[in-house]
Design a protein around this ligand. Structure first.
Ligand code: ZN
Length: 128
């Protein structure tokens, strides 16, 4: 996403629907030749040290993909925002559950539990 936002794709062209080739600048001003086939991802390649000769997806391929199909990057960002909102909601719910659990104890139970923990902490300290 950073490579896409920072316009690292120097040039690119469409071969046919979903097949793109371009030059993407990497770190230390290296230039990489990137070919992506969105229909057959296994046919994609890039000559960067990470992807050269391997069937992997690299950041240059994704930058080219996002540049050629900006809607994909928008959808991806929307999805990430949704995941983050869901994760936030899960954390909030978890905290709320813990709070309810803690509140379900009486003062006496909590005092006993605290005492137990203090004794255990002391024993551990003496052990070490
Ligand atoms: Zn690459």
């Amino acid at each position: 996403m950073d490579y896409y936002n920072n316009k690292k794709v120097v040039s690119w062209k469409t071969f046919k629907n979903g097949v793109y080739e371009g030059i993407v600048s990497g770190s230390e001003s290296n230039m990489y030749t990137v070919h992506i086939d969105t229909e057959h991802p296994g046919k994609s390649f890039c000559n960067c040290p990470f992807a050269d000769g391997r069937r992997v997806v690299c950041k240059h391929m994704i930058a080219l993909y996002f540049t050629a199909e900006p809607k994909v990057s928008k959808d991806f960002l929307k999805e990430v925002e949704m995941w983050e909102a869901e994760e936030e909601e899960r954390e909030r719910q978890h905290y709320e559950d813990m709070r309810k659990y803690a509140k379900s104890f009486s003062k006496m139970e909590l005092q006993e539990q605290l005492l137990d923990e203090m004794v255990q902490l002391e024993e551990r300290r003496n052990y070490w």
